[in-house]
Write a protein of this length. Structure first.
Length: 293
């Protein structure tokens, strides 16, 4: 495995851990504000946090002015990523309102299988070990997330559409990181997401400043860590990664959310959940092995 791929895998793993642990803060935050308000404020925070990061990272580099075509491509990439991110996160928030968290986690993780299927049409080929990993990962997520009778409802449909949106988000990132700076791309996508969510926030949720301030801790954590740090790690980490392998690593969010629940909320892991975590770990390791030894 190339050094860039190892680095990318580690960055994606850290992103998955942050997203999994952010589940607690997201749940607490939703007790005070609506989904559009939560997504709007945390996305804007994520974008603001990255502005000084961009300035720091550009220190010491030769100041080369971007030509107009490069600026347009960066803006286009940020807008496309932002639209996909807004769609996925909003559908997930509404889906959780009508279905159980376990079913939502499993259905969202369908991006594991959607990404390689969509990738086929984009010329992204995967080896047999990756496809086997996909099957094992889906089995692991089933044991990890599904604890009641599976049925299809309105919330399930919302979350399934969310999985499609996140699959598109992964593939859009895979395309635009070939040409653009990952941190700048991430910064733009957050401002796009925040601006898009602002309109329905004002029209439908009528947020109060006092309620937002009451939720400042979970919103700040979600904005700085989940948005500013984790999504940026995703963009930078995916630069030299097969998008299918990237989706498998990111799916560890489901595992880390269970672990976070155990450590923070003192929820015990059942034997079924431990089996799911084990299968997910096997899938990730298998996906990282080279095709030819």
């Amino acid at each position: 495995m190339k050094k860039e791929q190892i680095r990318g895998s580690l960055l994606l793993l850290v992103a998955a851990i942050i997203w999994g642990s952010a589940f607690v803060s997201q749940s607490v935050g939703m007790e005070y504000v609506g989904p559009f308000t939560f997504n709007c404020v945390r996305s804007l925070i994520g974008g603001i946090v990255l502005i000084p990061c961009i300035a720091i990272l550009n220190q010491g580099k030769s100041k080369k002015k971007m030509i107009l075509s490069e600026k347009k491509r960066l803006l286009l990439g940020g807008v496309c990523c932002g639209i996909a991110l807004t769609t996925g996160s909003t559908l997930q928030q509404f889906g959780i309102m009508y279905t159980t968290v376990g079913k939502a986690g499993f259905i969202t993780a369908f991006y594991i299988i959607i990404v390689p299927i969509l990738g086929i049409f984009l010329g992204k080929k995967c080896g047999m070990s990756v496809w086997i990993s996909v099957v094992i990962a889906l089995a692991g997520l089933y044991f990890l997330c599904i604890t009641d009778e599976f049925s299809i409802g309105k919330g399930d449909i919302y979350v399934f559409l969310c999985a499609i949106a996140f699959s598109v988000h992964i593939l859009v990132i895979d395309y635009f990181t070939q040409f653009n700076d990952g941190v700048k791309l991430s910064c733009i996508q957050f401002f796009v997401c925040g601006i898009i969510c602002f309109v329905p926030m004002v029209l439908f949720e009528h947020p109060e400043i006092g309620m937002i301030l009451l939720a400042w801790k979970p919103i700040l954590y979600a904005g700085v860590m989940s948005c500013g740090v984790a999504y940026t790690l995703q963009i930078v980490g995916q630069k030299h990664m097969n998008p299918t392998v990237a989706s498998l690593i990111l799916s560890l969010e489901s595992v880390t959310s269970v672990i976070a629940g155990f450590l923070v909320l003192h929820q015990n892991l059942s034997q079924r959940e431990l089996i799911g975590c084990g299968l997910m770990f096997v899938a990730i390791v298998l996906a990282q092995l080279p095709e030819k030894m």
